[in-house]
Design a protein around this ligand. Structure first.
Ligand code: ADP
Length: 385
């Protein structure tokens, strides 16, 4: 294993310079952890706050080697690093966390569905389909169209997910040139997320299950904990997250995105093995943030408590909208909603892009939602809805 130049200081290589890497920096400061970043460009979100960054390509093994050299562990802002490169790094003595074998299940939706089914974890009915005829046959098994088609790799924020009314409508999906997964269209009551942090030594802590509200395939709001969640479902969701983390030997943060069905079950939709948008509330609303617990977990340090600091936390994403100058809008937002915790990602504003989030905590759910939305709207649209 490679050792840090200064062995008293933990050093973590982070692959990918988005907002997730950026938000690892505040707890890294507190813990005295040195972050080293592989950034897509000199001024990407995380490169602005992590001085030790190299500009490179996460698909290039030499760039990955350069960043891993001298770091205690390697971790990720996204799951797009080719698995064969991660195996090569591991073979050379570097320590990717999560491991390539675990991360595979966050990289490939077909492998993930197959593995979870083996584990007895409930997932939507699904099948990998090679052509429109196979899609028609699958649709027959789930009561006909509409069905969902997804690319198995590389999707994010709803890109690579289509709801189709017939096989012809899936042409775009088949044109991507990857295996395509067909799924039953789940008529869910809402979407939930269950997060855990797990260390290589096995210690695991779980966060409260949250409700995630999406618009156009993008997470827009998170309410923590999920309001009026049935105790049995809460237990199921946490047990599922723990089962997956242990069976797949996940290290670091794991987010399990779930559908709560109309008939009171939970089905797993997606896995993420890194901090996740549905856990941003933990920065301001939990005893230990997901970013701190991710660092602690990948470094095999004791994990922090996860309980909420206030009865409710509401996180609202700020998407690129009418306001171009987010910093210029700050005085207005902070004046209108002083209690809002504003997190800007230093990203250029583009329509629909996640450029920041706000969190408001409190003991009155309705008021907390109103205040958080107000702050986010002022940042996004310049007005309140
Ligand atoms: P991504 O990897 O782009 O985040 P997901 O698989 O998480 O893709 O899907 C994005 C969103 O699409 C989900 O949050 C959900 O709202 C919707 N969706 C995905 N799969 C299904 C399904 N089988 N039934 C109903 N809605 C779905």
């Amino acid at each position: 294993m490679s050792v840090s130049a200064d062995s008293a200081v933990h050093s973590v290589a982070v692959i990918g310079g988005g907002q997730l890497a950026r938000m690892m920096q505040p707890p890294a400061i507190g813990l005295g952890v040195r972050l080293r970043l592989l950034a897509e460009g000199p001024d990407v979100s995380a490169a602005q706050v992590i001085p030790d960054h190299l500009v490179g390509d996460h698909r290039d093994l030499d760039d990955l080697r350069r960043i891993a050299e001298g770091c205690s562990v390697v971790t990720f802002d996204h799951e797009h690093v080719p698995p064969e490169h991660l195996r090569a790094l591991a073979d050379e003595g570097h320590v990717p966390r999560p491991s390539p074998d675990a991360l595979l299940y966050a990289q490939d939706k077909a492998l993930m569905r197959a593995r979870l089914s083996e584990l007895g974890v409930p997932v939507p009915a699904h099948r990998v389909v090679d052509d429109p005829d196979a899609l028609d046959q699958f649709a027959d098994t789930v009561g006909g169209y509409p069905v969902v088609v997804k690319t198995t790799r590389g999707g994010y924020d709803g890109k690579g997910v289509w709801v189709v009314e017939d096989a012809a409508a899936a042409a775009e999906a088949f044109a991507v040139g990857q295996p395509i997964m067909a799924e039953e269209l789940v008529f869910f009551a809402r979407e939930l997320s269950a997060q855990v942090a797990r260390r290589p030594s096995g210690e695991l802590v779980s966060y409260p299950v949250v409700e995630s509200r999406q618009a156009d395939g993008i997470c827009k709001e998170v309410v923590a904990p999920a309001p009026e969640l049935d105790a049995a479902l809460d237990h199921d969701a946490r047990t599922i997250a723990r089962t997956i983390a242990e069976a797949l030997d996940v290290t670091g943060m794991l987010a399990v995105e779930l559908f709560e069905t109309m008939d009171g079950r939970v089905l797993v939709n997606e896995l993420a093995m890194r901090p996740h948008n549905t856990g941003h509330w933990t920065i301001d609303g939990a005893a230990t943030s997901q970013f701190e617990n991710h660092l602690r977990a990948v470094l095999d340090l004791p994990l922090g408590p996860t309980e909420p600091r206030e009865p409710w936390s509401v996180m609202v994403n700020v998407l690129g909208g009418a306001v171009e100058d987010l910093e210029g809008q700050l005085p207005i937002v902070l004046d209108a909603v002083p209690e809002a915790r504003v997190h800007l990602y230093g990203k250029a504003v583009k329509a629909g892009r996640k450029v920041g989030h706000v969190t408001v905590v409190g003991d009155d759910l309705a008021r907390t939602i109103v205040r958080a939305r107000r702050a986010a709207d002022l940042l996004e649209k310049g007005t309140t809805r």
